[in-house]
Design a protein around this ligand. Sequence first.
Ligand code: GRG
Length: 303
Amino acid sequence: MQQTLKISPNFKFEEYMASKAKKVNTALDDAVPLQNPLKIHQAMRYSLLAGGKRVRPVLCLASCELVGGEEAAAVPMACALEMIHTMSLIHDDLPCMDNDDLRRGRPTCHKEFGEETAVLAGDALLALAFEHVAAKTRNVDERRVVQAIVELGSAVGSEGLVAGQIVDLSSEGKLLSLGELEYIHVHKTSKLLEAAVVCGAIMGGGGGAQVEALRKYARCVGLLFQVVDDILDVTKTSEELGKTAGKDLVTDKATYPRLMGLRKAKDFAADLAAMAVQELSYFDPSRAAPLYHLAQYIASRQN
Ligand code: GRG
């Protein structure tokens, strides 16, 4: 039976998001000091501290606190998620992948530091992410730390982000079915968002049923994130061009609006947001406000 989730109208989401992002930014700054060899640490810091919405770390902290954990228990994991997200962006931008010149409003890592350094900065961030969780997590049972590391590793490896990327690269120029597009999105984007929520709950001491309810929430939010990305790709480009048809409707890149039409893609996004929120009815509504608002934010974001 469907339950209605009663979220307090007094919750200040923008303030919440800003304070959590600030916390994460400070922790990231500390985690990657500017040290020798200077060039590699400059490149790592350049990409890691370049802004970004910090959605994955905030999801992780919110999930930890929803199950009753202390924020501090999940801060190293939150940093690791952002390190991995950043390294995936650095590698994705490389000439052998998407070949992008700009990221987060400034030159991509390889444009600024050269290709070799960008590859190594990505590699170093990936290694540091796992080291950081293992070495810096405090007051969490070691079995939980290991469980979370396994979750994170499987989300990014050849059954996670890497799987999504290789299938995406191999699909270039091909006409994709909705199922194939979903495979790419689930692996390239959703897996890390799922790991963020699930690892936060594990670090926070969540029980098995809580972790699995949050996994369902995260799967909806993960796909929602990418469907909205696809919609923004079309609508932003339309605005820029001052036309009704956007980039993806006139090129052959597979996106949800292109495969199902803009109207249906928007309906699909609304359904995913509703399904995500429904999963939160399992929890105490007084604690569920952050994840509730994060789902709404992801659904209605403009960048
Ligand atoms: C993870 C080992 C490993 C390798 C990387 C290159 C690659 C394999 C995967 C590509 C993954 C990728 C770039 C997916 C796109 C995800 C996405 C929607 C990025 C945009 O995220 P936002 O909007 O960006 O959260 P900000 O800048 O706000 O953080």
